[in-house]
Design a binder for this molecule. Structure first.
Ligand code: IFM
Length: 473
C-alpha cells in the first residue's frame, strides 16, 4: 500500500510555522543536544583528494574502474576531484568556520602501501599526519575511516577482497596507520558501508572492481567483516584508549503491501541489507534465513572467524539515507525480492525517499535489537540539482529542509533512548559521487570543479548558524 507524503512526514520542523505547541517538531537547536555531541562532516579520500599520481600513491581499483568506458555516467574520475590533497588547509578552515568539532575523512590505502602490502610509502603517511595536525589545530576531532572503497589495484589483481590474504593486508595497513597517527587519533572507523563494497562492487558490478557474482560477493562480505574485527584488535594494541567501530549503511524497510508474501519478502531483504552485517558484528553469526537462501553461494568461514568479527566495538556508525519498500518477486535473485519505488513521497534528485521518520525508526530498531554502547550517524545527506544564481549564491532550500528535519529526527531519537552521540553530514564538499561522477552534489559547500572555487550554500549557512547557537530559523 503506497504511503502518502503527508502520512509519512507529519508536521515539518523546517517550516517557519512549525508548531510551537508540539516540541518534537520545533526547529532543532544545538542546545537541544547533549554536551559533547559530535558535530561533523564526512568526506572520503577518492571522492575529494585528487592527486592520484602524487607522492608515490599507487593505483586503486577506482582509478582502474573509472578508466573503463561506460562505468562512470559522465566519464569522469577522481583524478582531480576537489583537489583536497593540495587545498586541505582551506577546506579544514571551512569545516572549522561552520562550527564543527569533528571531521570524518578516509585514508587512501594506495597512498600508504602503493602495492597493497610490503613497501610502505612514508609520504602517504606524512600527508595524513599533516591533515590530522591541521584538524587538531582547528578544534576538529579526527575520525578516520580506513577503508572507503579504494583498494590498491595490486591487491585486486591478486584476487582482491575475495582472497583471504587481503584480510591480512588490511590488518597490516590498519597497524601502520595506527602506529603513525595513534598518538593523536582516538576514534577509528574500520570500513565504510561494507554492503556497498560487497553488492555494488561484486554482485551488481556498478562500483569498482565491477564483479558480478553472488558467491564472490558473499565471500567478500566475510573477508571484509573479518578484516574489521582483526583491525579493531590491531588498533587497540597500538593505540591506548582507542575507540573503534564500523560505519554501516542501514535501511528501515516497509513491505509493498500487507500481504504475507510481501511481508516475508521484507524480512528476507532485511537478512542481506541489514542483518547480514549487524548480526555477525554482534556475535550472532550470519542470519540463518539468508544463509539458507544463499545455498551453495555462502562464504567459506573458518573456525574462529565469527569470534574475530564480533570483536567488541565502542560505537556503531550508521549511515542513513532512505527507507526501502520491498515486494515479493518469485524467481528474482536468490532472495526473490524486489525494491519498489515509493509513490507520492518527497524524494531527492537521486530518487531517494526523504524520510526523517525512517531515521528515527532505524536508530530505535538498532538500539532495541543490538544494544550498541554508542551510535553516531556517520553519514546523512541529500543531493539536489543546485543552481548558482547570477550573483553566485546557491539557495539549496531543499537540502536545508532535509538537514533541519534530520536533525529534528536525531533529537527525537535521543529522546526515545537511542545512545546517539554524533551526527556527521554527508558531505562537507560537493565531490566525486562514484558511478554518478560529478553530477550528484551532496555538499554543504558548493565546488566549481572548473575553478575549484568553494561557496557555502544556504544549507551550510543554516548549519553554521545552528552550530554557533544562533537562531537559524
Ligand atoms: O558518496 C557516498 C559515500 O561515499 C558513501 N555513502 C553514501 C554517499 C552518497 O551516495
Amino acid at each position: 500500500m503506497p504511503v502518502t507524503a503527508q502520512a509519512q512526514h507529519g508536521p515539518d520542523p523546517s517550516s517557519p510555522q512549525a508548531g510551537a505547541a508540539d516540541d518534537s517538531h520545533r526547529v532543532p537547536r544545538r542546545a537541544d543536544f547533549p554536551a559533547g555531541f559530535r558535530w561533523g562532516c564526512s568526506t572520503s579520500a577518492y571522492q575529494v583528494e585528487g592527486a592520484v599520481a602524487e607522492d608515490g600513491r599507487g593505483e586503486s581499483i577506482w582509478d582502474r574502474f573509472c578508466a573503463t568506458p561506460g562505468n562512470i555516467r559522465d566519464a569522469s574520475s577522481g583524478d582531480f576531484a576537489c583537489d583536497h590533497y593540495h587545498r586541505w588547509p582551506a577546506d579544514l578552515d571551512l569545516a572549522r568556520d561552520l562550527g564543527l568539532n569533528a571531521y570524518r575523512f578516509s585514508i587512501a590505502w594506495p597512498r600508504i602501501f602503493p602495492q597493497g602490502r610490503g613497501a610502505l610509502n612514508p609520504k602517504g603517511l606524512d600527508f595524513y599526519s599533516r591533515l590530522v595536525d591541521g584538524m587538531l589545530e582547528r578544534g576538529l576531532e579526527p575520525w578516520p575511516t580506513l577503508y572507503h572503497w579504494d583498494l590498491p589495484q595490486a591487491l585486486e589483481s591478486r584476487g582482491g577482497w575475495a582472497e583471504r590474504d587481503t584480510v591480512a593486508a588490511f590488518v597490516e595497513f590498519a597497524d601502520a596507520v595506527a602506529r603513525r597517527l595513534g598518538d593523536r587519533v582516538k576514534h577509528w572507523i574500520t570500513h565504510n558501508e561494507p554492503w556497498c563494497t560487497v553488492m555494488h562492487g561484486h554482485l551488481e558490478g556498478v562500483h569498482a572492481p565491477g564483479r558480478k557474482d553472488l558467491a564472490t560477493a558473499l565471500q567478500v562480505s566475510h573477508h571484509v567483516l573479518l578484516s574489521h574485527g582483526l583491525a579493531v584488535d590491531a588498533i587497540r594494541a597500538r593505540v591506548p584508549g582507542a575507540r573503534a567501530g564500523i560505519a554501516l549503511s542501514l535501511h528501515p524497510l516497509r513491505s509493498a503491501s500487507a500481504s504475507p508474501e510481501d511481508r516475508a519478502a521484507m524480512t528476507r531483504h532485511d537478512g542481506i541489507r541489514n542483518r547480514w552485517f549487524l548480526d555477525p558484528l554482534h556475535g550472532r553469526g550470519y542470519p540463518r534465513d539468508a544463509w539458507e537462501r544463499f545455498g551453495a553461494a555462502v562464504p567459506a568461514v573458518r573456525a574462529g572467524d565469527l569470534e574475530a568479527i564480533a570483536a567488541p566495538t565502542d560505537f556503531l556508525g550508521v549511515n542513513y539515507y532512505f527507507p526501502e519498500i520491498v515486494a515479493n518477486a518469485p524467481g528474482e535473485g536468490a532472495l526473490e525480492t524486489r525494491i519498489v519505488p515509493p509513490e507520492a513521497v518527497e524524494r531527492t534528485a537521486f530518487g531517494w525517499e526523504v524520510s526523517p521518520e525512517g531515521m528515527v525508526a532505524l536508530l530505535e530498531r538498532v538500539t532495541r535489537d543490538y544494544r550498541p554502547a554508542r551510535i553516531l550517524v556517520t553519514e546523512n545527506g541529500s543531493t539536489y540539482d543546485d543552481v548558482v544564481t547570477a550573483d553566485g549564491r546557491i539557495d539549496d532550500e531543499q537540502r536545508r529542509r532535509y538537514l533541519v528535519r534530520h536533525l529534528a529526527a536525531a533529537r527525537q531519537a535521543i529522546a526515545a533512548g537511542v545512545p546517539l552521540e554524533g551526527y556527521f553530514a554527508w558531505s562537507l564538499l560537493d565531490n566525486f559521487e562514484w558511478a554518478e561522477g560529478y553530477g550528484r552534489r551532496f555538499g554543504l559547500v558548493h565546488v566549481d570543479f572548473g575553478t575549484q572555487k568553494r561557496t557555502l550554500k544556504l544549507s551550510g549557512k543554516w548549519f553554521r548558524a545552528f552550530l554557533h547557537g544562533r537562531d537559524p530559523a
